[in-house]
Design a protein around this ligand. Structure first.
Ligand SMILES: *Cc1c(COP(=O)(O)O)cnc(C)c1O
Length: 380
């Protein structure tokens, strides 16, 4: 994988060194976890270390936010208790009466929020096939305050041309927010392509070990939007715990290494599935036949470690295949070291629009040959 140079060093180096400073008091190389909820002031009443109360800010979170800002190339970054908390704080910061245009296969949590929560906040929602920019352009003619982008998308792995979509949004006076959970800044940096904000479920690749819940919002500018989102986090109480901030920071150190290996393995798994007689379609932007392949090549450094495939024999055969997996664990979520497999329509529930014959894979760090062997026996 080609390496990207950011802030004077290669991205891999930045991931290790961002906000890495031996502790001034103890010399500890690994950062301490500050669990204190409250922070002392001097005789004049000035906070000794710049912090007052944990929900507003705390030292462990500060370190993580510095690293997040550098890795995504933004001016400011905020850690949240979850990806949903980060996304909902952004949505809650948009002006009332506006319209948000979501991808038609947006992460199902935001689809549910659009139906059940946003109307109460005075926000309307539209759902657009974002891989077809003419449809976005049409929708923008009706006015919108925000264009929400997710590429590769979940679970159909559709690709949106980020630079072009952001440009359309801006020309219409809308903000462009990108959920970059699937790609991570290792593969794609939306702020470099003009986006106003990037959202992450840190629960996924950032944490990387399926053992924490966290979210992040990173902003191109420290401005009106970011200030509102910070206020929303403080007043809505969406801050993450210091322990989880520390785990995410620890995860970021190995993020490039993990994502690159996982991506490489996903490419091999995709090629295997594409040649399998019981697979009718592989949804992976790394395959030359994928409709978003050329755009993905242009805006991503690699095609990611998520892929979906559709089996011959419909829902029953898909469920049977998932049931026969031995190494892949049957579970939702993604981005961990262990490979996961799920019948996505079942995970999403009765209002799912996902094809019933679709299986989604999150590729972990196992040896590719073992994963392929497992798929081969499960599909037999
Ligand atoms: C998981 C996920 C979220 C939500 O993150 P949580 O940490 O579970 O709240 C949002 N977007 C995408 C693409 C996700 O995969």
């Amino acid at each position: 994988m080609r390496s990207r140079r950011v802030g004077g060093v290669k991205f891999e180096t930045l991931a290790v060194h961002a906000a890495l400073r031996p502790d001034a008091v103890t010399g500890a190389v690994a950062p301490p976890i500050h669990l204190s909820t409250t922070f002392a002031r001097d005789e004049a009443g000035v906070p000794l270390g710049g912090h007052v109360y944990i929900r507003e800010s705390n030292p462990t979170q500060d370190l993580l936010e510095e690293a997040l800002r550098l890795l995504e190339g933004g001016e400011t970054a905020f850690f949240f208790a979850s990806g949903m908390a980060a996304g909902m704080a952004i949505l809650a910061s948009l002006p009332r009466g506006g319209k948000v245009l979501f991808p038609d296969d947006v992460y199902h949590g935001f689809r549910a929020a659009a139906a059940e929560v946003l109307p109460g906040w005075g926000l309307r929602a539209g759902f657009i096939p974002m891989d077809r920019l003419e449809r976005l352009a049409d929708a923008l003619e009706g006015g919108a305050s925000c264009v929400w982008l997710e590429t590769p998308s979940n679970p159909l792995l559709k690709i949106t041309d980020l630079r072009a979509a952001v440009e359309l949004a801006h020309r219409a006076g809308a903000l462009a927010v990108v959920d970059n959970t699937f790609a991570t800044p290792v593969l794609q940096r939306p702020l470099d392509l003009g986006a106003d904000a990037v959202l992450h479920a840190a629960t996924k690749y950032f944490g990387g070990h399926s053992d924490l819940l966290g979210g992040a919002a990173i902003f191109a500018r420290d401005g009106e939007l970011s200030k509102k989102v910070l206020q929303m986090r403080t007043l809505g109480g969406g801050a993450g715990s210091p322990f989880n901030a520390w785990l995410v920071l620890r995860g970021l150190r190995t993020l490039p290494c993990r994502v690159e290996r996982q991506t490489e393995t996903a490419g091999r798994v995709a090629a295997f599935l594409a040649s399998h007689p019981r697979v009718v379609e592989v949804l992976y932007p790394g395959l030359p036949g994928h409709p978003g392949h050329d755009i993905a090549r242009k805006q991503m450094r690699g095609f990611g470690a998520m892929l979906s495939f559709r089996t011959a024999g419909g829902r029953d055969f898909a469920l049977r295949t998932v049931g026969r997996a031995r190494l892949f664990i049957r579970a939702t979520s993604l981005g961990g070291v262990e490979s996961l497999m799920e019948h996505r329509a079942s995970s999403e529930g009765p209002d799912s629009t996902t094809p019933q014959d679709l299986i989604r894979l999150s590729i972990g760090l196992e040896h590719p040959e073992d994963l392929i062997e497992d798929l081969d026996q499960a599909l037999a």
